[in-house]
Design a protein around this ligand. Structure first.
Ligand code: IPE
Ligand code: IPE
Ligand code: MG
Length: 229
């Protein structure tokens, strides 16, 4: 594929884990487990494809307060069980991890797992997996504005981007949402201004490497004009 047509940064709204489980008469928790496993495979594939940043939407600010406690606990359980070992595997292959979201609201031990892993991330990774957890675009924007106000800084397009969780990360070129809904659900609200959007009915645990390639091919066929004639 033409290298210019390859997205540098892909965001994935990993939706449909619950329905995937329901279809199989399994508890939602197992849908999340399958989703987590698929996410790990997909990040390897994205890296091999030449994508530099893959941002995965793991939990929204709304999910944390609106889902039953046992479902949220189940998601934390997956992090407790897999995160550290998976991060080490990524680092061994020259990849890095970045966390975005309001992690201060998460259980202390989960915060420690996430921050310890992030702190151990290599300095110049060839690929970065960005983990959006308790992430909300509105909360991100509001906290950036408040930081600017506290510093007495006037906000500009240039300095504002540096106040966001994604300070060091280029805007997403492509945002994929699995699970059939055509909305962004508070994902990368500021950064998605010029992102190409790709929606598919495939439920996230079924979103194969080949499905990802299909999304990349659809992206490559688009004409990104950025307001030009
Ligand atoms: C996405 O899958 C994962 C999270 C929001 C944590 P869902 O849990 O939203 O799955 P559906 O949409 O109910 O199928
Ligand atoms: C979006 O999915 C959040 C994640 C995938 C983490 P939701 O299932 O929470 O979104 P809505 O509620 O259908 O908009
Ligand atoms: Mg959903």
């Amino acid at each position: 594929m033409d290298i210019d047509k390859l997205p540098l940064h892909v965001g994935v709204i990993m939706d449909g884990n619950g329905r995937w489980a329901k279809k199989r008469l399994l508890p939602r928790k197992l849908g999340h487990k399958s989703g987590m496993e698929r996410m790990i495979g997909l990040s390897e594939h994205a890296k091999k494809s030449g994508v530099k940043y893959l941002t995965v939407y793991v939990m929204s600010t709304e999910n944390l307060v609106r889902r039953p406690e046992d479902e949220i606990e189940g998601l934390f359980g997956l992090i407790r069980k897999y995160f550290t070992a998976q991060a080490e595997k990524l680092y061994a292959r020259g990849s890095g991890i970045k966390i975005i979201g309001d992690i201060s609201a998460l259980p202390e031990d989960v915060v420690k797992i996430l921050t310890d892993a992030e702190n151990a991330s290599p300095a110049n990774p060839v690929f970065t997996l960005v983990f959006a957890i308790n992430y909300g675009g509105r909360r991100e924007i509001i906290s950036a504005v408040n930081r600017a106000v506290e510093r007495g800084e006037k906000v500009t397009e240039e300095n504002f981007a540096r106040l966001l969780y994604t300070a060091e990360i280029p805007d997403p070129d492509l945002i994929i949402r699995t699970g059939g809904e055509s909305r962004l659900s508070n994902f990368l609200t500021y950064q998605s201004a010029y992102a190409e959007l790709y929606f598919t009915d495939v439920l996230f645990p079924d979103f194969s490497d080949a499905e990802f390639d299909r999304a990349i091919a659809a992206y490559a066929a688009r004409d990104r004009r950025f307001g030009r004639a």
